[in-house]
Design a protein around this ligand. Structure first.
Ligand code: HMG
Ligand code: MG
Length: 300
């Protein structure tokens, strides 16, 4: 059975967009449940400016608590790092894996990290050099791979260029983000065709948002293009606070259900994952956004 990896991004990409501050204890309980559901990688937080994203301000405390957990040697807990200041804080908190995050759209890059694409790549290069010296794995993100909230359609060639720059720099994998969820299978295929001319499928991941209900169809399309790693967020939480109109990430439980139905091995226990979705939904006081959590119900 072929394996497809789901990178759980709910504790970061999900919770970063919540209006209310989620207590550290609830974040840790969510991560404990996600670990129990079988994820090998759980994006835990972000070392970004607390003025820009207050919800991630406790990432150092969170990582320190994870460092003491019994899953620290078996599960990767990457954190976002936008610059050297973020790297310093992540290293001090014991991070073992980080992710740098760029974009294929100039306007989004400016709004999200206050830098042009070229400037962001220069920042990531210095982060990368120091991370490699410290034996830290670095993942790369490219946002707005299909469309941008400020510029509209994004050229597949631009996505390929930024993805290739991040790979050349030393990222072990590039996550291609349809940040505002405007993609359809046809536009996703076009984008992937361009990226695959510059990067092998086994160094790429798909990161889809479900704004228009296309995320599952887009994952199916990306599977056809050979992609075998997908980011997803428990209960369909999240979105980027600097992407106008972006709604939630595709829900992890819906992705796991699709993949298992298609005959792939994921290592995910759907029952435990649905229970984690209800846990965080209750903590936030709103229902899970996934279909599966409702189909299986609270008592899954
Ligand atoms: P800036 O204002 O240009 O930074 O922000 P600066 O270097 O001029 O510094 C200004 C202040 O920020 C200073 O503090 C610095 O200390 C502080 P002050 O003197 O005003 O008190 N600062 C920091 N504090 C903590 N950690 C840091 C840091 N760096 C500077 N690392 C910056 C530039 C990148 C920091 C800012 O724009 C930022 O934090 N942006 C993050 C935005 C973000 O987290 N967006 C969401 C994640 S991306 C996403 O969701 C998309 C993704 O999921 C993929 C997809 O969906 O497609 C990845
Ligand atoms: Mg995202």
């Amino acid at each position: 059975m072929q394996h497809v990896k789901i990178v759980e991004v709910g504790p970061r990409d999900g919770l970063q967009n919540e209006k209310q501050q989620v207590p550290l204890a609830a974040k840790l309980e969510l991560i404990r449940r996600l670990a129990g559901a079988g994820f090998a990688a759980i994006e835990a937080g972000a070392f970004v400016s607390p003025k820009w994203v207050p919800q991630m301000a406790d990432s150092a405390e969170l990582l320190k608590a994870l460092d003491a957990s019994d899953t620290i040697d078996t599960i990767a807990y990457p954190v976002l790092v936008p610059n050297e200041q973020g790297l310093d804080a992540a290293l001090a908190a014991g991070a073992r894996e980080i992710a740098v995050f760029g974009a294929a759209s100039e306007s989004f890059s400016q709004k999200n990290i206050n830098a042009s694409i070229a400037e962001s790549l220069r920042r990531f290069e210095s982060v990368m050099r120091r991370a490699q010296a410290a034996n830290i794995r670095v993942r790369g993100y490219v946002s707005c791979v299909v469309g941008c909230p400020y510029e509209g359609q994004v050229a597949p060639a631009k996505v390929a260029e930024v993805a290739a720059a991040l790979l050349d720099m030393g990222c072990y994998e590039i996550s291609l983000g349809d940040t505002i969820g405007v993609g359809t299978p046809a536009s996703v295929h076009l984008m992937l065709d361009a990226v695959l001319r510059k990067a092998p499928a086994d160094r790429l991941a798909g990161h889809f948002h479900d704004t228009y209900g296309m995320a599952i169809a887009n994952i199916r399309a990306a599977l056809d293009s050979g992609i075998r790693v997908f980011d997803a967020s428990v209960a369909g939480l999240g979105g980027c606070p600097y992407a106008r109109g972006a709604s939630g990430n595709v829900a992890s439980e819906d992705v796991a259900y699709l993949l298992q139905g298609e005959g792939y091995h994921t290592g995910i226990d759907l029952t435990k994952l649905v229970a984690a979705a209800w846990y965080i939904a209750d903590a936030l006081g709103k229902p899970p956004a996934s279909k599966l959590a409702h189909a299986l119900g609270r008592q899954a």
